[in-house]
Ligand binder design. Structure first.
Ligand code: FRU
Length: 502
């Protein structure tokens, strides 16, 4: 009997262990965010919408959980929420590894890569050749092409790569290409050390330099990387252009982050109408964010949900890193000009369970008790006619907790992950950080999306957005509200989110 019982325990333990190690069941594994089945991932790449399918390529090293010779991993989705993992799309070649870049649908077959009257998909990426020099390793960076004639399933490199050669500048990478209809030409926005350069081309193969931007504008605490340029109509009807420039380090909370400029673009040069430094996401963990091409009217943004400060040391075992939720960008006019706001794409509804709504919650309250259920991943929306100090605490039975809230002394939103679980892998990880409020509205509007190891905060309809990762021993599924100055939340709604993986 004891023996049989003992065997049963061993079998159960074995089953539990193998279950916990199956991809997408592991500890800390995001359940509503894209993460690679195994191994290393960084920037999103080549995001393009084609024939009803959203393609997501990404910087990937398939042999390890740390950065190494870069490939383009690949996943597809029809709704931006559920992802199907695909075989690796681009492998390193004789010109080097495959760094970040973009992809376009070449509708007019300007490149000549099309076949049988069908438009090709063309990827424009940085071929990065490792050079072991006397004074250290560097990567010789040139821009190359690959194309697909089967809707992104298989890719062939262009025989005459590279198409844009390095003029002897160390950092010369991450081409983002889009069609500029008024000039009937392609525009490449390229990150070059401490500025952006614009190139144009009739056919994606021959590129001419048009202008430079930004050497003395915006944030310069690090190297400029992964730019993006697109038109966006503001809420007052004004048509503008947004230039995204990722930067590492030099972000608002240290390490890497995504800044942007608003202004105009005439097919040759970008003229900004703001010269201060603005961030798409003020948190610690959104980087290399750029937008999908070919999405007609909607601007859908996705970032890598990590930070180069510690990305290679986070305590996940079989894979490293996830992407943020896809976010729709809006341009909103406020007191200080035009600001880019982000909100989770509406497709998130597809995984929402029934919302539970609480009305008129005052002071301190155990929300989980009132809600009557706990989940591993969920969305919390809070709105109120007034805005005073308040905080929401997400905790587990181990006493680990994450806090998000508003501080009226400094008029800022904040996230505090000092006690949210494992943090020994980096001495700057356990911290509290904040972002000044941009909106001047009187009331509170806050949306929080919590997954196994991340929080995304969208305040004031996304005008202030912050993302942070954390590593608790157990999910932080207990929620409480606290407010020292008798804050009254008019409405709090809790919505469980179904896993996108099982
Ligand atoms: C940004 C980045 C890019 C580069 C890629 C390499 O995170 O450094 O500039 O192309 O990652 O993986």
């Amino acid at each position: 009997m004891i023996k049989r019982f003992g065997y049963a325990i061993v079998i159960c333990l074995f089953a539990a262990t193998t279950f916990a190690q199956r991809p997408y069941h592991e500890q800390y594994r995001p359940q509503i965010h894209f993460s690679p089945p195994a191994h290393w991932m960084n920037d999103p790449n080549g995001m393009v919408y084609y024939n009803g399918v959203y393609h997501l390529f990404y910087q990937h090293y398939p042999d390890s959980t740390v950065w190494g010779p870069m490939h383009w991993g690949h996943a597809t989705s029809t709704d931006l929420i559920h992802w199907t993992n695909k075989p690796i799309a681009l492998f390193p070649d004789s010109l080097g590894d495959i760094f970040s870049g973009s992809a376009v649908v070449d509708v007019n077959n300007t490149s000549g890569f099309g076949k049988n009257g069908k438009a090709p998909l063309v990827a424009i990426f940085t071929n990065a050749q490792r050079v072991d020099a006397k004074d250290g390793v560097y990567y010789d960076q040139n821009q190359s092409l690959a194309y697909s004639n089967d809707g992104g399933k298989t890719w062939r490199k262009y025989a005459h790569n590279p198409v844009l050669r390095n003029p002897n500048i160390k950092d010369f990478r991450d081409p983002k290409v889009s069609w500029y209809a008024p000039g009937k030409k392609w525009i490449m926005t390229l990150a070059v050390k401490d500025h952006v350069e614009f190139y144009s081309s009739p056919n994606l193969k021959k590129w001419t330099k048009e202008s430079e931007f930004g050497q003395n504008l915006g944030g310069h605490g690090g190297v400029w990387e992964c730019p993006d340029l697109f038109p966006l109509t503001a809420n007052d009807g004004r048509k503008m252009w947004v230039l995204i420039v990722n930067i590492n380090p030099g972000g608002p909370q240290g390490g890497s982050a995504t800044q942007y400029f608003t202004g105009s673009f005439n097919g040759k040069a970008f003229t900004p109408n703001n010269t201060d430094t603005r961030w798409i996401d003020w948190g610690t963990d959104e980087y290399a964010g750029v937008t999908w091409s070919n999405t007609d009217g909607r601007r859908i943004f996705l970032g890598w949900m990590s930070n180069w400060q510690y990305a290679q040391n986070v305590p996940t075992k079989t894979w490293r890193s996830a992407m943020t939720l896809p976010r729709e960008l809006k341009l909103i006019k406020t007191g200080n000009g035009y600001n880019v706001a982000s909100c989770p794409v509406k497709e998130l509804h597809s995984i929402e369970g029934s919302p539970i709504t609480l009305i008129g919650i005052k002071g301190d309250a155990n929300l989980s008790k009132l809600i009557g259920r706990t989940d591993g991943q969920y969305e919390l929306n809070l709105s109120s006619a007034q805005l005073k100090n308040f905080s929401l605490t997400f905790s587990n039975a181990k006493g680990q907790k994450l806090i998000a809230g508003y501080d009226d002394n400094s008029n800022s939103w904040y996230i505090d992950r000092t006690q949210a679980g494992e943090s020994r892998f980096n001495r700057d990880f356990a911290k509290k950080f904040s972002a000044s409020r941009i909106s001047k509205n009187k009331g509170a509007d806050l949306k929080l999306i919590i997954d196994a190891a991340s929080i995304e905060l969208f305040a004031d309809h996304g005008l202030t957005t912050m993302t942070a990762i954390f590593f608790p021993d157990q999910p932080l599924s207990t929620i409480s509200l606290s407010s020292p100055r008798q804050f009254r939340a008019d409405r709090i709604s809790y919505t469980p989110l179904k896993s996108i993986w099982h």
